[in-house]
Design a protein around this ligand. Sequence first.
Ligand code: TXA
Ligand code: MG
Length: 330
Amino acid sequence: MIVPATDSNFLKARELLEAGQVVAFPTETVYGLGANAFDQSAVAKIFAAKNRPYLNPLIVHIGNASEVEKVALIERGSLCQKRLNRLSALWPGPLSLVLPKQPCIPDNVTAGLTTVAVRVPNHPIAQKLLKLISFPLAAPSANTSTEVSPTCAKHVLQSLGERVSLIIDGGDCAVGLESTVLSITGPTPTLLRPGAITREEIENILQEHVHGTEKVELHTPGAAPPSPGLLFKHYAPKTPIAIIDPTNSNKISGKIGLISFKALSNDKKTEYTETILLSKDENLEEIAKKLFAAIRELDQHKLDLILIDTCQETGLGTAIMDRIRRACGV
Ligand code: TXA
Ligand code: MG
């Protein structure tokens, strides 16, 4: 059920979470499906509701950077601590840090890894909820596994239906793409998922080199990948989806939908059954914010193919193109 963010609904959410149930709530990136991160059986309900593979670990949400040691084991004077001190300036915000885990974090949160991903969400509803409860929230995106992440309460309902009894409505998410995931446990910081906090920004703050996602894809075959989430099919609508190739777009027949990042001439528009314009002028913030909603929308139009535009791969554009490539399976 979608409910407004009233005091009585916050109390209802607290009651459910304290009883080991799941609650969906908005963050600045996407909606999350939260449960008590210290309670293994509550966390198991997240995996069941999402049909999520147990090998894919969750992000733990805390209300304030000062609470990080409740969930992560930070050795005093370590390189990891120094990096954390600098990067916590970006909290609250769309940055998840992979840190050595505290033993109190159940194995199903971290998929048995010795590390835990932690973030402080920058959304008044997520903040208020975290202040109201006495434990951190393990929360993946509130969608069925393999679907695009939800950026409004209605998407959560469409995805999870009755499997989640309470969805707190916070309107549309401001960022629209999931958080940047950065591991700072190894010798070199490694970007595991690009997001709104860019590699350039992180390198500036850390004053050291950050391995990019290309490093992640090049992991030794057979070895455990640094971010298990990268192994799984993701962002895939039911309708076939492909990146637009302007050189042969008019050779494609059938009912085609287009997600465009810039204004289209009327002539161009008539080539498609449906068009969604995310930005008039390739504004990356606008594109990121509306991208997942547009994929969901066109997926409901019984099209033969969804074509999707491309943008520059710098700054936020890196995260946008990452999600598009994974949606298109390329
Ligand atoms: O913006 C977000 O991050 C949203 C909101 C709700 O906070 N959450 C989210 O969670 O996107 P999820 O579960 O959809 O993605 C979590 C990603 C996965 O790619 C997973 O592999 C990675 O984080 N991850 C989690 N724990 C990890 C760990 N210990 N080591 C490496 N990667 C980890
Ligand atoms: Mg997800």
